[in-house]
Design a protein around this ligand. Structure first.
Ligand code: ATP
Length: 241
């Protein structure tokens, strides 16, 4: 459903960050993008979601095709309408709104008649959000805010969800919970997810396919089963060389 073909991304007309990067996401699959700090993972997600523009970044070569449409350098709002939703690093929720208001705000592209059904669905995935439906988001724990950020994305009924480091800053128990939810979304909702993670163990455990990037390019790709067995991946990313 998503084909990123040989893209180059430049910030401020000078800094070349992606240098011919290609990747694909098939419908109904979870694909992870791994790599060290500064490799260009977040930049890749922003190129797909159109958020590069707000940081003076541009796709200067190659193309991004989503379900048959060219979307490189398209407006972020247009790309959301096409069905791609990015959950940003650092849990962007509206801190002054309560849980349910945050969810409703996430549904701005959805038909209003469906909003209640969507809220009920999010609550079945995240019973904790239901318990805290009237609590201000700003007072929730990091893990709860991450759940809310995922819940908000679901309210927009996206075809493809881009997740940037959902495990960042969470306790091991909550990390497990978040990854279980990703697994469930894949199994029950046939969700398509492109996941950027530092936690390579968890990411490979929930994904079908993985890409490893270094310095703006993909250096290795394969099914997650292949990657967990790969000696280089073990040594550099799984901490068990
Ligand atoms: P991390 O895991 O540390 O978040 P990453 O793989 O997601 O890293 P990016 O955030 O995509 O990497 O950054 C890749 C490179 O692009 C870095 O060298 C970074 O300094 C540079 N970069 C990112 N955003 C900008 C920007 N707005 N302007 C200029 N350079 C940028």
């Amino acid at each position: 459903m998503l084909n990123v073909n040989n893209i180059e991304v430049v910030y401020n007309d000078v800094i070349l960050v992606l240098k011919g990067l290609s990747l694909n996401v098939r419908e109904g699959s979870v694909v992870c993008l791994l790599g060290s700090n500064g490799a260009g993972k977040t930049t890749t997600l922003k190129a797909v979601s159109g958020l590069l523009d707000s940081e003076d970044g541009r796709v200067t070569d190659g193309e991004i095709v989503f379900m048959g449409d060219r979307i490189d350098n398209k407006d972020a709002a247009e790309i959301v309408k096409n069905g791609i939703f990015q959950i940003m690093e650092g849990r962007r929720v509206f801190k002054d709104l309560n849980v349910e208001e945050n969810l409703i705000a996430g549904a701005y592209t959805s038909p209003s008649a469906k909003v209640k059904d969507y809220i009920d669905k999010v609550y079945t995935y995240f019973p904790r959000l239901k318990e805290r439906r009237t609590q201000l988001a700003g007072y929730m724990s990091g893990g709860e805010q991450q759940m809310l950020a995922i819940g908000r994305a679901l309210m927009a009924e996206p075809k493809l969800i881009l997740m940037d480091e959902p495990s960042l800053g969470l306790s091991p128990l909550l990390v497990k919970e978040i990854f279980n939810i990703i697994k469930t979304l894949r199994e029950k909702e046939n969700a398509s997810i492109l996941l950027v993670e530092q936690n390579a163990n968890m990411a490979l455990a929930v994904s079908d396919y993985g890409y490893i990037m270094e310095n703006g390019k993909i250096v290795l790709e394969g099914t997650s089963e292949e990657l967990v067995k790969n000696e280089d991946v073990k040594e550099f990313y799984l901490g068990s060389g």
